[in-house]
Design a binder for this molecule. Structure first.
Ligand SMILES: [Zn+2]
Length: 450
């Protein structure tokens, strides 16, 4: 009898939960507030790198939009962030006959500039790091190293191709500096075949000189590689005035609905408010920001009372410092908060297929048991490990279970960190489906714990 009664309760819950998820989905797809929010963020504010006036506007905008949901608490969490500015950029390719043709360049984030005179030097094409490491320093000294490492087009999950390429943006410039190079130019870390350079963070190994480092588009890289291989030696001129200014004060934006039964158990979710300073940061990560806002808004609009506390975080400075994510984890420790789950949306605004998860086997099993409830919304992939950069510090500090929304990845790296990452390249229904998936997951964990 007890077993039968238990089964009846479960069946009733499934019916009730599936009805609630349908109400959530209907609300989001018919109102598409997240899409309107994204338009405001991208078109009224635009790109918003840490320390910029636009980043500050985005903080105020996020606070205002969250306050308008009428949720229990909205507050700013102060954090000091790096302030890197791009300045002017000019690139030229000089052939054997001395003919100069211009090439579009984009400084890598956190890079030093060339100084007002610029740098002109012979180009040395390098296809992978092993090739550079086999060379003698005198072959590299004084040259501009051109890393022509290709994005692997054969991976179905494009994030698997992104990882190995990022090394050429993040770490390889210092390897070239170690050999005496005067500057570095990289092939864009991107799946695209177009003429847009893709920027992104780099970091210097302090043991070697900090040298200017820029990206060129994949089409420009193909053309340049072909010219070097057919015509022989080329020279390049680079002039960049980017620089790192002193840190400035900024904020994470936080909003929550207090749990009605177990308020000390927190489920947090978020995206990052800062973006690169080209394009509009629409997929990266305007999408994650507006989806996180949408979770709070949808609970409020539909009058859903979470048993546990749910909290949206619009993180600052994911792109070139991760200070917001670090600050959030520090404050969570100071306030002795108990996060039972952290979810990030920072993989674009395309159609979601599932969530990556880093947590215990039992916790994964619990999440997977909700598959029948989530399947109607196209959420089925729970096969990958992973969380996200901003919730990484929380995971490392406390072992907090983490998840990341997994949108379709086919187009993401075409646009990522480039002038093509604009509002027009985000699809309304696809973005909304991400909000639905996030809200559904937050709802289930807020009701049943983890
Ligand atoms: Zn991002």
């Amino acid at each position: 009898m007890a077993l039968l009664a238990g089964q009846t309760v479960v069946a009733q819950n499934v019916k009730k939960d599936s009805a609630t998820l349908k109400t959530i989905s209907n609300y989001i797809l018919s109102n598409y507030d997240c899409y309107n929010d994204l338009r405001d963020l991208c078109k009224q504010i635009g790109h918003r790198i840490s320390g910029s006036p636009q980043a500050e506007q985005a903080v105020l905008w996020g606070k205002k939009v969250l306050e308008q949901t009428g949720c229990d608490k909205v507050y700013l969490q102060e954090v000091m962030v790096p302030h890197w500015v791009r300045g002017e950029e000019q690139g030229m390719i000089i052939n054997k006959k001395g003919m100069r043709s211009s090439i579009e360049i984009s400084s890598l984030g956190n890079a030093v500039g060339t100084g007002p005179q610029g740098i002109e030097a012979p180009l040395l094409i390098i296809n992978n790091i092993e090739q550079l490491q086999r060379m003698r320093p005198e072959e590299v000294k004084g040259k501009i190293v051109f890393f022509n490492y290709h994005f692997n087009q054969t991976n179905i999950n494009t994030f698997e191709s992104y990882g190995p390429c990022v090394y050429y943006r993040w770490g390889a410039p210092s390897e070239a500096a170690k050999m005496g190079a005067s500057a570095v130019v990289i092939r864009s870390v991107s799946s695209a075949f177009d003429d847009k350079p893709h920027t992104g963070s780099m970091s210097y190994n302090k043991k070697y000189p900090a040298i200017p480092s820029v990206a060129i588009s994949n089409l420009a890289a193909d053309k340049l590689a072909k010219e070097i291989n057919t015509q022989g030696a080329m020279r390049m001129y680079i002039r960049t005035t980017c620089e790192m200014l002193p840190d400035v004060k900024s904020y994470n934006v936080i909003a929550e609905i207090t749990g009605s039964e177990i308020p000390n158990e927190i489920i947090c979710f978020g995206g990052h408010l800062d973006s690169w300073d080209i394009g509009e940061g629409a997929h990266d990560d305007g999408a994650g920001v507006v989806q996180s806002i949408d979770v709070i808004r949808t609970f409020m609009k539909l009058g859903i009372k979470p048993k546990r506390t749910i909290r949206a975080i619009l993180f600052m400075n994911e792109e070139n410092g991760l200070r917001g994510g670090q600050k959030y984890a520090e404050e969570a420790a100071r306030n002795k908060e108990n996060h039972i789950l952290a979810i990030e949306s920072d993989a674009g605004g395309a159609t979601p297929h599932g969530f990556s998860m880093t947590m215990s086997r039992e916790q994964k099993a619990k999440i997977k048991s909700w598959l029948p409830l989530l399947l109607p919304y196209g959420i089925y992939d729970f096969t990958r490990d992973g969380g996200g950069a901003d919730i990484g510090p929380l995971q490392r500090k406390f072992g907090t279970p983490v998840m990341e929304l997994l949108p379709d990845s086919q187009r993401y790296f075409d646009m990522h960190h480039s002038a093509n990452d604009v509002f027009e390249n985000v699809h309304r229904r696809e973005l909304c489906l991400g909000s639905v998936a996030m809200t559904a997951m937050v709802y289930l964990v807020s009701m049943y714990g983890l």
